[in-house]
Write a protein that binds this ligand. Sequence first.
Ligand code: EPU
Length: 353
Amino acid sequence: MNIQKNISLKPYNTFGIDAIASDFFSATSIDELREVLSKNKDVFILSGGSNILLINNINKLTLLVALKGVSVIKETKKHVYVKANAGENWHEFVLWCIENNFGGLENLSLIPGNVGTSPMQNIGAYGVEIKDTFHKLEAIGIATGKLHSFSNSDCDFGYRNSVFKNELKGKYIITSVVFKLTKEKHKLNYSYGAIQSELEKRAIDKPTIKDISDVVIDIRNSKLPNPKEIGNSGSFFKNPVISKEAFQKLQEKHPNIPFYEVKVSKDSSSMSSRAKSRGKTTNSFKVPAGWLIEQCGFKGKRFGDAGVHKNQALVLVNYGNATGKEIYNLAQKIQQTVKNTFDISLDIEVNVI
Ligand code: EPU
């Protein structure tokens, strides 16, 4: 086993933070993962590095999950079950599905990161989340080295949330994910305003999955910084969900505030487990954190090499040599200002390590 020493993690995290891993191993098979885990239980698991902020060096074994491969494992007349190994790049996998006319993931085009971490935070964009097409995943128990299968309900998906961010945090390494995709009569989702208006602009009235993907790619490119050019981790904060009363007060002061009405149900990370067990639903309002941050004057601001993106205030950026701590300090300053201004707490979506 070739364990490397003192490796810079800069190429392995989309924020481009130059943290050092004291020990580093890239695992390309389940057997290699098992072998490493049999000798080291305390490991730092690294995947696409697109949802982490490294504020410290890593003084334990960094284990890069680099299992590759995509295959069709089952087909019916209407559906196809596609298995992708954890180390596959998410966007390349989505493009492969589109080339093969497998529908369901097109709205999730151009999301950075790898397949293996997509279920952890139930990645979502433009009205679609992976829970909508997720069939099952396999994951290796860090303590046992055994492979376990998790169904959709086992994963307990919520908004940017799953069991792997809660009860099972740090206990499993996801090795592969199976998606159930459509082969015909694709259920296209273009309810999201920006997709609709882009399709209209292009005079497309019967879009294909490729059309949706192309439009999503263009929308993302126009709003979100490309991590290859400017370090970032996508949305740094979650959009907060607030009560109807709190929202009404806010709307009186800011009649133009954008919002999404949400039924707080089993799906929502913001619901208490007591309410969850009673199966209760109430109306709440999700307000875009990007809007709140912009109102506080942070949009486009730069503090040294740490900054807030000029087109989307929800995205913090590294202009080159920011340290993880500098980005984190900026995030805390934003949280404090939003709290003081709106009395709303912003939760960080990215894993701070
Ligand atoms: N807005 C502002 N100022 C900003 C940013 C946004 O006023 O700086 C307003 C917009 O004008 C719009 C509303 O906020 O009215 C929503 O903005 P947008 O459509 O960009 O979506 P979002 O709620 O800010 C979420 C996801 C994104 C995803 C988009 C599209 C979260 C935390 N973020 O952002 O996900 O791409 O919706 O579905 O839910 C990610 O997770 O990394 C990510 C980029």
